[in-house]
Design a protein around this ligand. Structure first.
Ligand code: FES
Length: 118
Protein backbone atom coordinates (compact mmCIF):
# COMPACT_ATOMS: atom_id res chain seq x y z
CA UNK A 1 0.00 0.00 0.00
CA UNK A 2 1.27 3.48 -0.82
CA UNK A 3 1.70 5.96 1.98
CA UNK A 4 2.65 9.60 2.26
CA UNK A 5 4.46 11.65 4.87
CA UNK A 6 2.54 14.76 5.84
CA UNK A 7 4.23 17.51 7.89
CA UNK A 8 1.79 19.00 10.40
CA UNK A 9 3.79 21.65 12.25
CA UNK A 10 6.73 22.18 14.59
CA UNK A 11 7.24 19.46 17.18
CA UNK A 12 8.23 21.96 19.88
CA UNK A 13 4.70 23.40 19.82
CA UNK A 14 3.41 20.10 21.18
CA UNK A 15 4.85 19.87 24.67
CA UNK A 16 4.34 16.84 26.94
CA UNK A 17 0.74 16.81 28.19
CA UNK A 18 -0.53 18.68 25.17
CA UNK A 19 -2.53 17.65 22.13
CA UNK A 20 -3.27 19.15 18.77
CA UNK A 21 -5.62 18.63 15.86
CA UNK A 22 -4.41 18.16 12.31
CA UNK A 23 -6.48 17.96 9.16
CA UNK A 24 -5.27 15.73 6.34
CA UNK A 25 -7.32 15.00 3.22
CA UNK A 26 -10.52 15.91 5.02
CA UNK A 27 -9.66 13.62 7.94
CA UNK A 28 -9.37 14.99 11.43
CA UNK A 29 -6.47 13.58 13.44
CA UNK A 30 -5.53 14.19 17.08
CA UNK A 31 -1.87 14.09 18.08
CA UNK A 32 -0.93 13.63 21.75
CA UNK A 33 2.38 14.14 23.46
CA UNK A 34 2.27 11.87 26.51
CA UNK A 35 5.44 12.22 28.55
CA UNK A 36 7.45 12.87 25.42
CA UNK A 37 5.94 10.05 23.34
CA UNK A 38 3.86 10.98 20.32
CA UNK A 39 0.60 9.23 19.47
CA UNK A 40 -1.82 10.10 16.69
CA UNK A 41 -5.37 8.81 16.30
CA UNK A 42 -8.29 9.38 14.01
CA UNK A 43 -10.52 11.98 15.65
CA UNK A 44 -13.58 9.76 15.55
CA UNK A 45 -14.67 7.45 18.33
CA UNK A 46 -15.02 3.86 17.05
CA UNK A 47 -18.25 3.57 19.08
CA UNK A 48 -20.32 6.22 17.36
CA UNK A 49 -17.97 8.67 15.69
CA UNK A 50 -17.82 11.40 18.35
CA UNK A 51 -14.83 13.75 18.36
CA UNK A 52 -12.17 12.52 20.78
CA UNK A 53 -10.06 15.70 20.68
CA UNK A 54 -11.54 17.03 23.92
CA UNK A 55 -11.56 13.70 25.73
CA UNK A 56 -10.10 13.49 29.20
CA UNK A 57 -6.77 11.71 29.39
CA UNK A 58 -5.84 9.62 32.41
CA UNK A 59 -2.35 8.25 31.84
CA UNK A 60 -2.70 6.55 28.48
CA UNK A 61 -6.47 6.15 28.73
CA UNK A 62 -8.58 8.54 26.71
CA UNK A 63 -12.23 8.92 27.68
CA UNK A 64 -14.68 9.62 24.87
CA UNK A 65 -16.73 12.71 25.79
CA UNK A 66 -19.88 11.25 24.23
CA UNK A 67 -20.59 8.04 26.18
CA UNK A 68 -17.50 7.59 28.31
CA UNK A 69 -15.88 4.57 26.69
CA UNK A 70 -12.15 4.51 27.36
CA UNK A 71 -9.36 3.68 24.93
CA UNK A 72 -5.65 3.21 25.37
CA UNK A 73 -4.03 5.67 22.96
CA UNK A 74 -0.82 3.58 22.87
CA UNK A 75 -2.42 0.30 21.78
CA UNK A 76 -5.67 1.72 20.40
CA UNK A 77 -7.59 -0.89 22.41
CA UNK A 78 -10.32 -0.73 25.00
CA UNK A 79 -8.99 -2.14 28.25
CA UNK A 80 -10.60 -5.47 29.05
CA UNK A 81 -12.68 -5.63 25.91
CA UNK A 82 -12.23 -6.64 22.30
CA UNK A 83 -14.01 -5.13 19.42
CA UNK A 84 -13.64 -1.38 19.27
CA UNK A 85 -10.24 0.04 18.44
CA UNK A 86 -8.93 3.50 17.83
CA UNK A 87 -7.46 4.08 14.40
CA UNK A 88 -3.83 4.96 15.03
CA UNK A 89 -1.78 6.96 12.58
CA UNK A 90 2.03 6.74 12.62
CA UNK A 91 3.54 10.02 13.83
CA UNK A 92 7.20 10.98 14.19
CA UNK A 93 9.36 13.93 15.01
CA UNK A 94 11.50 14.40 11.92
CA UNK A 95 14.12 17.05 12.50
CA UNK A 96 11.77 19.09 14.67
CA UNK A 97 8.71 18.70 12.46
CA UNK A 98 5.73 16.51 13.30
CA UNK A 99 5.12 14.11 10.46
CA UNK A 100 2.12 11.82 9.94
CA UNK A 101 2.26 8.78 7.70
CA UNK A 102 -1.04 8.48 5.89
CA UNK A 103 -2.11 5.56 3.74
CA UNK A 104 -3.27 6.15 0.21
CA UNK A 105 -5.99 3.54 0.41
CA UNK A 106 -8.82 3.82 -2.04
CA UNK A 107 -12.23 2.53 -0.95
CA UNK A 108 -11.76 -0.33 -3.41
CA UNK A 109 -8.52 -1.46 -1.77
CA UNK A 110 -10.05 -1.26 1.71
CA UNK A 111 -12.88 -3.49 0.60
CA UNK A 112 -10.55 -6.05 -0.96
CA UNK A 113 -8.46 -6.12 2.22
CA UNK A 114 -11.46 -6.75 4.44
CA UNK A 115 -12.54 -9.63 2.25
CA UNK A 116 -9.04 -11.09 2.38
CA UNK A 117 -9.04 -11.30 6.15
CA UNK A 118 -12.31 -13.24 6.42
S1 FES B 1 -19.21 7.82 20.59
FE1 FES B 1 -17.51 7.53 21.91
S2 FES B 1 -18.33 6.35 23.53
FE2 FES B 1 -19.98 6.59 22.19
Amino acid sequence: MMSRQIPVGPADELAPGQRKLAFVDGRSIVIFNIEGDLHAIENACPHNGASLAGGQLDGHLLRCPAHGLRFNVVTGCMPGMDGLNLDKIPVRNVGGTLELTVDEASPLQCHAQQCGTR
